[in-house]
Design a protein around this ligand. Structure first.
Ligand SMILES: NC(=O)c1ccc[n+]([C@@H]2O[C@H](COP(=O)([O-])OP(=O)(O)OC[C@H]3O[C@@H](n4cnc5c(N)ncnc54)[C@H](O)[C@@H]3O)[C@@H](O)[C@H]2O)c1
Ligand SMILES: O=c1ccn([C@@H]2O[C@H](COP(=O)(O)OP(=O)(O)O[C@H]3O[C@H](CO)[C@@H](O)[C@H](O)[C@H]3O)[C@@H](O)[C@H]2O)c(=O)[nH]1
Length: 443
């Protein structure tokens, strides 16, 4: 059994660390943010992720899961070190590698024997080799003579389903340069997946690119169906039936064909821009991905334009109030990074409207991200309170609880009766169309 070190306890590092401990491994999760580590030691999660709290408690108690801020101790005590720090976008769209590079330097500084250094963060092609050079440089500087291997092991978990995705992944991709590293990685993962999960062994560059290509492909699929939805609206077709008809073809599949307000989150917007940037660096242009990025911006803009033009026919916008149902970029997470709700709320506030917002988990982060427009925002305790005195409901995130809302009760507390269902949650509900002036996305 190998000792595991996970550097960076964000979504990826934390879920990975907790699950490895669940399967009996000795795991150190390390982060530079001491408040986060102190809370984790007490069983307090910094994120909302279903199922994670139970596993955290169990594994802290078992003594297999340790939280540290000390990178030296983490490196010295670990055989396999996962780098799971953030790679946020820079202004030009390229991935910011400063956190990965800082970790690589520390590993070189403190390593005390053979280590496998695993890149789990989503990083541009070529980063594995950069990490190798940084570690070697640091070793040379201090006259250290230890062997090490670099592995690229991209993560494919989805927020809100992270525990399940990590327990039963579709595949494990391992990009490595030596047989020894592949063998050890397989042993580490065999404990988790007992040979049920397909492994794909590649070189470093291929593994790094699989991650970007997968996210970009899914983003293209969403932008494609969103554009079809805009056309469906104009020609009187129904996007849900179109997606169903398309998805019946096994080559297309029905997944990721849900039209909506545009994709968001910490990955698709960032990773599509990063791979487009990587291509530019190699004198290539990824036309399809660049179009998907533009279509996603257009989709968010179209949603707010449609809401504004519809409601302004009846209500002067400076007197209009919009109830927002759902702020997080998707259900079952409190993550607001690049959530479409941010752009849509800002567009509505910019024409003078007031917002009453409710989200089961996203309120805290929304208050912080929308601090500059706090005078136009009222944060509410539930979907009914948000609807009070509103001219329109805008359903932005398909949290399950909204499906069960008593619509007559909602209508009773509203001033006007517009319902913009940007996730098509109620598209097949006859009642909603009787009660409200309803519009979905492409249906
Ligand atoms: N969030 C996801 O769903 C997801 C899924 C797959 C892959 N990824 C990728 O995984 C990586 C991490 O994503 P995330 O969402 O977990 O990030 P995050 O921003 O939530 O967490 C990153 C953590 O790294 C810590 N950190 C930064 N520098 C450090 C250092 N020098 N030493 C120790 N800790 C340090 C930060 O304090 C933070 O807690 C990114 O590259 C991302 O693209 C994310
Ligand atoms: O049919 C769909 C599917 C998704 N979305 C939107 O797309 C975004 C991303 O959704 P999802 O992929 O479920 O969430 P993430 O947690 O961002 O996961 C993606 O990004 C992660 C980080 O790289 C990867 O690990 C995952 O495999 C990849 O699915 C969200 O805004 C969704 O609302 C749609 O609009 N329509």
């Amino acid at each position: 059994m190998y000792n595991i070190g996970v550097i960076g306890t964000g979504y990826v590092g934390l879920v990975q660390g907790v699950i490895m401990a669940e399967f009996g491994m000795n795991v150190i999760c390390m982060d530079v943010v001491s408040e986060k580590i102190e809370k984790l030691k007490k069983g307090i999660l910094p994120i909302y992720e279903p199922g994670l709290k139970e596993l955290l408690d169990k594994n802290v108690t078992s003594g297999r899961l340790h939280f540290l801020t000390d990178i030296q101790e983490t490196v010295e005590k670990s055989d396999v070190i996962f780098i799971a720090v953030g790679t946020p976008p820079q202004d030009d769209g390229s991935a910011d590698l400063q956190y990965v590079q800082a970790v690589a330097k520390s590993i070189g500084k403190y390593m005390n024997g053979y280590k496998i250094i695993v890149d789990k963060s989503t990083v541009p092609v070529g980063t594995g080799k950069i990490v190798r050079d940084i570690v070697q440089e640091e070793l040379d500087r201090r006259g250290g003579n230890f062997e090490f291997d670099i592995v690229s092991n991209p993560e494919f978990l989805r927020e809100g389903k992270a525990v399940r995705d990590c327990l039963t992944p579709d595949r494990v991709v391992i990009g490595a340069e030596s047989e020894k590293a592949v063998d050890i990685m397989k042993k580490v993962y065999d404990v988790l997946y007992i040979n049920q999960t397909p492994f794909l062994i590649t070189n470093l560059e291929t593994a790094e690119m699989i991650k970007y290509a997968s996210n970009a492909f899914l983003a293209v699929k969403i932008s494609f169906i969103n554009e079809m939805a805009l056309l469906a609206d104009k020609v009187g077709a129904n996007i849900q039936e179109i997606a169903r008809g398309m998805g019946m073809d096994g080559r297309i599949s029905p997944k990721f064909l849900h039209a909506g307000p545009g994709y968001g989150g910490s990955c698709f917007p960032k990773d599509t821009k990063a791979i487009a940037d990587i291509a530019h660096q190699y004198d290539e242009q990824l036309l399809v991905i660049e179009a998907a990025i533009k279509a996603n911006e257009k989709q968010k803009r179209k949603m707010s334009e449609r809401i504004i033009s519809t409601v302004s026919q009846e209500v002067p916008l400076e007197h209009a109030t919009f109830a927002i149902w759902g702020l997080s970029f998707k259900p079952e997470t409190d993550d607001m990074r690049d959530a479409p709700s941010i752009d849509i709320i800002r567009a509505l506030v910019s024409v003078g409207a007031k917002i009453r917002a409710y989200c089961p988990e996203g309120l805290k982060e929304a208050k912080w991200r929308l601090k500059d427009i706090e005078d136009s925002m009222t944060y509410c305790r539930n979907e009914y309170e948000a609807a009070e005195g509103a001219d329109a409901i805008i359903l932005l995130t398909e949290w399950h609880q909204f499906r069960g809302a008593y619509l007559n009760k909602v209508k009773d507390v509203m001033k006007n009766d517009y319902f913009f269902d940007l996730r098509n949650v109620f598209s097949k509900n006859i009642e909603v169309k009787k009660i409200f002036k309803y519009s979905g996305v492409g249906c």
